[in-house]
Design a protein around this ligand. Sequence first.
Ligand SMILES: Nc1ncnc2c1ncn2[C@@H]1O[C@H](COP(=O)(O)OP(=O)(O)OP(=O)(O)O)[C@@H](O)[C@H]1O
Ligand SMILES: [Mg+2]
Length: 226
Amino acid sequence: MSEPIPLIQLTSLSKTFNSKAGQLSVLRDIDLAVNRGESVAIVGKSGSGKSTLLSIIGLLDDASSGAYHLCDTEVTTLSHYQTSILRNQNIGWVFQNFNLVSSLTVQKNVEMPLRYNKNISKSDYQNMALTQLKLVGLEDKAQSYPDQLSGGQQQRVAIARALISNPDVLLCDEPTGNLDSENSDQIINLLLKLNQNGTTLLMVTHDMNLAQRCRRVIEIKDGTVI
Ligand SMILES: Nc1ncnc2c1ncn2[C@@H]1O[C@H](COP(=O)(O)OP(=O)(O)OP(=O)(O)O)[C@@H](O)[C@H]1O
Ligand SMILES: [Mg+2]
């Protein structure tokens, strides 16, 4: 059997920020491959470039040089429009601060990624949102607003929202960073359950509890993988 093609493949990827103070080299010659179904934690000191790396992988930022293949597409050559389509279809994002819309119900937050998809009817995306909320154990909170939920519950809503478009990979930047230990444990267990059911997980974390439970831990130091 031939080797599987990695879902994510970075080759000699670098990122430099330009500012008035000069150039800041944040990522240098990163080589990284993530296969479908893996769970990978990225760890490293504050300022080492973890979030920058995740933003590039999640198509929120561009690399300065090097190659990035996502699902066998070389993304550094795509237009903005093509990139946005790839991002919407393939990437689920979970952030430390949940990033929910406070004026919308839980149900509407989860529906959000599908609301502008002309191929999916309103009743379909409403049902899909309820299915995702059931998966994270929050169907009874569908009509609540984010500020009526605990931090752990809000993060579960964010995970439901990230999963509704059935992305190839779930990218999490400090998913337990704002949670107490009990809520952190719930989120860790949920993420690992999703991974067991096939979701590829790539996350940045300071939480060694979480990192150790991923199949692979990658450490970034001074902008390179060590
Ligand atoms: N848009 C930007 N413009 C200029 N410099 C930036 C920008 N974004 C990040 N940086 C710099 O890049 C470096 C890496 O930042 P990054 O946010 O990736 O670190 P991190 O490893 O995620 O840190 P933390 O653990 O604190 O979240 C830092 O020195 C930061 O100041
Ligand atoms: Mg960060």
